[in-house]
Design a binder for this molecule. Structure first.
Ligand SMILES: [Zn+2]
Ligand SMILES: [Zn+2]
Length: 293
């Protein structure tokens, strides 16, 4: 195993450590004692939902890391009349071909230099997963991001409420009726670390989740979204004729293509629709092209 593979695996280990740190220390050292221990009904009422959310995070993270994003079958040949051509800078139109893999590329597939192969409907290579996000695991990746947003929001609210409670009880230290012993130093430190940690994760993952939802709504992968930005500029400059992105089927169909056709499957892991080798295209307007744009 080379050094880069080792570093990639270490990043996944760090993500696992961060999830475990927030899950365990926020509850065991901070919230469980604050709610009256494991025998208290309040502990279970407030912390069972959090553990369900964290369970979803572990599950979807495992699936996103370990599900093959999709590879081009060896025997695959480009079918006739398919949208598998690309326009070169010279204006020449040719079949999509990967010179590294020495094989034709299906529509929306891209070569990932980190994975060393072409990936079906590649979205991006994610170092946090040590895996590409592509046709096979994009749904798991979206569910993972959503679970993180849910879990961090929930624990963030509980920790903020606890901090507010500490502030209130601090005002009544000298009242013998409402006196509550102050928290120990390690509990204060862990409360601060968990609040900072969950806030940072929420901001970063929340931003990524919002961008993913935006791209999915328009039916594009992250790579295609970047390509679309370039295309729009070229159209504005009059360098190429107007073109329509052919895989945008409307928001509902776009989300269904990644997350499954039923609402239940949007939370529970299911296999994505289709093979990842061909995709339905929207009805194109007059004057548009079905080229990879
Ligand atoms: Zn390739
Ligand atoms: Zn990759």
């Amino acid at each position: 195993m080379d050094i880069y593979r080792l570093l990639d695996a270490a990043v996944v280990g760090l993500v696992c450590l961060l999830i475990a740190f927030i899950q365990l220390t926020s509850q065991y050292y901070v919230l469980v004692p604050a709610y009256g221990g494991f025998g208290s009904a309040e502990t279970w009422r407030k912390l069972v939902p959090f553990n369900v959310f964290v369970g979803l995070i572990w599950w979807h993270y495992y699936l996103a890391c370990n599900t093959d994003p999709g590879r081009v079958p060896k025997e695959w040949e480009p079918p006739e009349n398919a949208v598998i051509v690309e326009r070169k800078k010279s204006g020449r139109v040719q079949l999509r071909y990967c010179r590294t893999c020495r094989s034709h590329k299906p529509p929306r597939a891209h070569h990932c230099s980190s994975c060393g192969r072409c990936v079906l409907r590649m979205d991006h290579h994610c170092p946090w997963l040590n895996n590409c996000v592509g046709h096979g695991n994009h749904g798991h990746f979206l569910r993972f991001l959503f679970s993180v947003v849910l879990g961090c929001s929930y624990i963030g609210i509980l920790l903020c409420l606890h901090l507010f409670h500490l502030y209130q009880t601090n005002q009544s230290y000298y009242d013998p009726v409402t006196y509550t012993p102050p928290p120990e130093l390690h509990q204060v430190v862990l409360l601060a670390l968990n609040m900072i940690g969950s806030a940072m994760v929420l901001i970063m993952v929340g931003g990524l989740f919002a961008y993913q939802v935006y791209c999915t709504g328009y039916g594009t992968s992250t790579i295609e979204s970047w390509e679309m930005d370039k295309i729009r500029k070229m159209i504005q400059q009059g360098r190429i004729p107007e073109a329509t992105f052919p895989y945008d089927l409307g928001p509902r169909a776009n989300f269904r293509s990644l997350l499954g056709s039923s609402w239940a499957s949007w939370i529970l892991p299911v296999k994505p629709l289709g093979t990842g080798l061909s995709f339905p295209i929207s009805v194109m307007k007059k004057g548009t092209c079905g080229c990879k744009i």
